[in-house]
Design a protein around this ligand. Structure first.
Ligand code: GLC
Length: 720
């Protein structure tokens, strides 16, 4: 229920002022006045300085001093004293940068994701940010899409847990509280299903697939209390998502009860014209406002056409007031009417950003996000061995450009070399061919070939670390790729280093699964290093030296080859699964296995875990499944025990596996623990052919194990 203040404002604001409140512009629009040349962005959007006085929010304006000044100026000119709302992309950290969200998904540790969001909120709120365009809850299956780096991964259940954790980290119990910011769930909906993994491309998925796979994480973010939802660029069922009333009215508002604010993605309202759904700016504004999009980001159709649309009866004042009310309620919930600056404080910003406590938090989350993919008794390295000669080669060996997308270049970054020198003071390091890899975005597709020199320099080393990957600028938005292999000279470097006859440890710095199958025979150990943020180098050194026993598990499948995409674990069976009686006439490739190179949930440890004695019993509450997990090694370690189900027959086909729970346990050397999972009928519900969310009795396989490809199974029958 809107406050009296808001109802009074709605009564006193003109229609033009309301349409301004429904518009979001970049900060450079706010510095404009009559004395400045009104060409460029102002002319492009057809705006006047008078329009700017009523604009309701800005994006990506950073720095306490700048934002305090901007708010003071705006409040002095705003006809009703309505404060500006400062929003920004604080995706995986502000100044202390955490691992990319896909890497944090591999931690299988929601609390780690929550911690990252909490620190990001503290630092960014001190800089004057009041809402972040995060978490991104898009389910992803196609590593050709550059934005897989922003998602927790390919599973609805894991993505839901990580999304709700991020919302809690950003907002706390109340985003008005000091050090907290409001969260925005994005991109609603189905952006990750772009055909061909090509960003902004067509999405064409069934209603069932949308609800079963893509919607759960958004829903979890809403249920966790996120204050905002952002529209996605793609179409959904042939309608641009932000104008799709099934998504924004039926599902978001009516079914899920969302009462917060909806914002368009960047100029997405205008793109309804480009999609061919609106004939002009007026129709774009009409369709977006009617579908319930409250704020138009970085286009100006609301300002230009809102008034005539109301006068023509194509929009109602109730629709306008509904949107303005959402925006003013958000500002009221953030306490901006009492304190327009919220937590903006230059001294506090300086003290908090990159402080030791935040760096330590980033290092811990980074440790948990690393996935050990292969280890032929090479790791951990012996940090205590005097004079161990360690070779360091490849474009990421000494690079500090390892923060990942949406994080810029950052300061205070620990490179791999710096981390190793800190953790291995007794070792001797030799480097070779460490020139950084340029960006495909800049037309650079490889590093120079200094392989011969590198091999000559490193030939006497005891162990060689090859730090390879992709440039962070070639990940994230507008960064789709059709070939996911390492660049030719990086592959050549690994091949040739292996010929030196020494152990080779390959570290892969990437924002997506790369096609590393060709490299596996030449690497004795493979570590998926992602882009781990400010403490990347120290966290990786912790892993390589065994100071931290790797515990990461893949939240996205690694394809054998790009031709295999999409490959994901929670797929349907088909009528001719490989291994069926059909032999040749089975669903398979002639030139590639069906299985991924590395499956969802996979990851190695320096410990070794054995599963035994799995049980699944039916009781009044549903199914109680349990298993014994033993650490049969001499090394204490953390294991992520995963629980999956398979509904053998349903009124629609059902995935062969669905993650229903996971539990991280630490086991000392030779320690054994029982782990159990409660599976209720509610957890087994799904959308039937009429999209009713139902439980159907029948036979279920319950699977518990180390990964989606390594489980123990018990079959049960569960009735109504
Ligand atoms: C971008 C992205 C979105 C981001 C927004 C504001 O185009 O799609 O994720 O939050 O614009 O920068």
């Amino acid at each position: 229920m809107a406050s009296q203040r808001i109802e009074e404002l709605l009564r006193s604001m003109s229609l033009e002022e309301k349409l301004g409140e429904m518009t979001q512009l970049a900060p450079f629009f706010f510095g404009v006045d009559e004395s400045m040349d009104l060409t460029g962005p102002m002319a492009e959007l057809g705006l006047s300085p008078e329009d700017i006085k009523c604009v309701g929010s800005t994006l990506n304006s950073f720095g306490a001093e700048q934002n305090i000044a901007l708010q003071k100026k705006h409040m002095a000119e705003q006809p009703h004293g309505i404060p500006l709302l400062f929003m920004a992309d604080v995706i995986h950290g502000y100044r202390t940068v955490f691992p990319i969200p896909l890497a944090m998904g591999c931690s299988f540790h929601p609390a780690a994701c929550e911690k990252a969001a909490e620190v990001a909120a503290k630092e960014s709120s001190a800089s004057g940010i009041q809402l972040t365009f995060a978490p991104m809850a898009d389910l992803v299956r196609d590593p050709r899409w550059g934005r897989v780096m922003e998602s927790p991964g390919e599973d609805p259940y894991l993505n839901a847990r990580m999304t709700e954790a991020a919302v809690k980290g950003f907002q706390g119990e109340d985003p008005k509280a000091p050090g907290r910011i409001a969260a925005c769930i994005k991109h609603f909906a189905g952006y990750g299903a772009a055909e061909g993994g090509r960003d902004y491309n067509t999405v064409d998925i069934s209603a069932g697939t949308l609800r079963e796979y893509y919607l759960p994480a958004y829903h979890a973010g809403i249920d966790a209390g996120a204050k905002m939802v952002m529209t996605s660029f793609n179409i959904m069922d042939r309608i641009p998502a932000g104008a799709n009333e099934m998504l924004f009215d039926q599902i978001l508002r009516k079914e899920w009860g969302f009462t917060g604010t909806v914002i368009s993605d960047f100029a997405a309202a205008n793109e309804t014209i480009v999609h061919g759904y609106a004939k002009d700016g007026a129709e774009a504004a009409q369709r977006y406002i009617h579908a319930g999009c409250d704020i138009e980001m970085m286009s100006s159709h609301y300002i230009h056409y809102g008034k005539e649309l109301v006068e023509q009866g194509k929009l109602t004042m109730e629709e306008i007031d509904r949107s303005v009310r959402h925006i003013l309620e958000l500002k009221e919930e953030l306490g901006l009417f009492e304190n327009p600056f919220k937590d903006a404080d230059a001294e506090r910003e300086k003290a908090l950003c990159l402080c030791p406590e935040h760096r330590e938090a980033a290092r811990q989350v980074a440790r948990e996000s690393v996935v050990l993919l292969k280890n032929e008794q090479v790791l951990p390295l012996d940090a205590n061995r005097e004079g161990l000669k360690v070779g360091l080669a490849g474009p990421f060996a000494v690079s500090k450009n390892i923060l990942g997308g949406w994080a810029g270049t950052g300061t205070g970054v620990a490179s791999l070399e710096a981390g190793l020198r800190e953790m291995m003071p007794k070792a001797e390091f030799v480097t070779g061919m460490t020139e950084e890899l340029g960006a495909m975005q800049d037309g650079i597709f490889d590093v120079e070939d200094h392989v011969a020199e590198a091999c000559e320099a490193l030939k006497e080393c005891d162990v060689i670390i090859a730090a390879v990957g992709e440039n962070p600028a070639d990940t994230g938005e507008a960064a789709s790729r059709t070939c996911l292999r390492l660049s030719p000279n990086q592959e050549k470097l690994v091949y040739e280093l292996k010929k030196l006859g020494k152990p080779v440890v390959m570290l892969v710095f990437s924002g997506r699964p790369l096609e590393i199958r060709p490299m596996l025979p030449y690497a004795d150990a493979v570590v998926q290093a992602w882009f781990l943020g400010t403490e990347a180098g120290t966290a990786l050194a912790d892993i390589l030296t065994g100071a931290y026993n790797p515990s990461g598990r893949l939240s996205i499948s690694f394809p054998q080859t790009v031709g295999q995409i999409p490959v994901y674990y929670n797929h349907y069976n088909t009528g001719r699964p490989l291994g069926s009686a059909e032999g040749r006439y089975a669903s398979r490739y002639l030139d590639c296995p069906n299985e991924p190179l590395f499956p969802f949930g996979y990851g190695l440890s320096y410990s070794e875990f054995r599963y035994s004695d799995m049980r699944a019993v039916v009781d009044d509450e549903g199914i109680l499944a349990s298993v014994q997990v033993e650490n049969i090694s001499d090394v204490v370690g953390v294991e992520t025990v995963q629980c999956y189900t398979h509904d053998l027959a349903g009124s629609v086909v059902r995935p062969l596996m669905e993650l229903k729970g996971f539990e991280q346990i630490e086991l000392a050397a030779h320690e054994k623990k029982e782990v159990s999972f409660r599976i209720t009928r509610d957890m087994l519900r799904f959308h039937n052919d009429r999209l009713e969310f139902v439980f159907e009795p029948g036979e279920f396989d319950i699977m518990i194990g180390h990964s989606s490809a390594d489980v123990l199974t018990q079959r049960v029958t569960l009735g109504e």
